[in-house]
Design a protein around this ligand. Structure first.
Ligand code: RP5
Length: 167
C-alpha cells in the first residue's frame, strides 16, 4: 500500500519551501513521499506518474510550483483525488504570480489553494491530514491535540510578553 500523500514539486529548487509539507505530515504521523515532475518540462511523465500514484493508493496530492504554476492544475485534470496547490515564490511577482496561476482554475477542476510560501506549505500538510482524518478517528484526535498545542502556544506567548513588559 502506497503512502496516502504524494507531494509533487515542479523543480528540485521547490523543496526548500515544500519540505514544510512533509514536516507537518510527520508531526501528525501521516506517511508521505515526494517526487519532482514538471507540468511544463515533463507533461506526459507527470500524467503517467499521477495515474500510477492513484492506482497505488495515493489519497491526496499536494503540488508545489512557482512562476506559471500549472502543476496542481494538471494533476487535478488527471485524478479524482483531492489536490492541494501550494504557490511558491521566486517568479516576477514573488509568489503572487504562482498564487493566481494555481487558484484560478476553471469550473469543474478544483484545486484547494493555500497561501504562498512556507506557511501555505505547512497548511497544505495539515489540510491533507484533515482530509485523511475524515476516515481515521485516531488521526482526527492527533489533529485535535495539535490545535490545542497551537492555542497553548498563543497563551504562553501572551504570558511571556506580559512578563517581558513588567521586567
Ligand atoms: C516552476 O518553475 C518550478 O515549480 C519552480 O518553482 C520554477 C523554477 O524552476 P527551476 O528553474 O528552478 O527548475 O516550474
Amino acid at each position: 500500500m502506497s503512502e496516502p500523500v504524494l507531494i509533487l514539486i515542479g523543480s528540485k529548487s521547490d523543496w526548500e519551501t515544500m519540505r514544510e509539507v512533509g514536516a507537518a505530515l510527520d508531526r501528525l504521523e501521516v506517511r508521505w513521499r515526494v517526487q519532482v515532475s514538471s507540468a511544463h518540462r515533463a507533461l506526459s511523465r507527470t500524467v503517467a506518474l499521477v495515474q500510477q500514484a492513484e492506482a497505488d493508493g495515493v489519497r491526496v496530492f499536494v503540488c508545489g510550483a512557482g512562476m506559471a504554476a500549472h502543476l496542481a492544475g494538471v494533476v487535478a485534470a488527471t485524478t479524482v483525488r483531492p489536490v492541494i496547490g501550494v504557490p511558491l515564490p521566486g517568479g516576477i511577482a514573488d509568489g503572487l504570480d504562482a498564487l493566481l496561476a494555481t487558484v484560478q482554475m476553471p469550473g469543474g477542476v478544483p484545486v484547494a489553494t493555500v497561501a504562498a510560501g512556507k506557511a501555505g506549505a505547512r497548511n497544505a500538510g495539515i489540510l491533507a491530514a484533515m482530509m485523511l482524518a475524515l476516515g481515521d478517528e485516531a488521526l482526527a484526535e492527533r489533529l485535535r491535540r495539535f490545535k490545542q498545542e497551537l492555542s497553548d502556544a498563543v497563551a504562553a506567548a501572551d504570558m511571556a510578553l506580559g512578563e517581558e513588559r513588567r521586567s
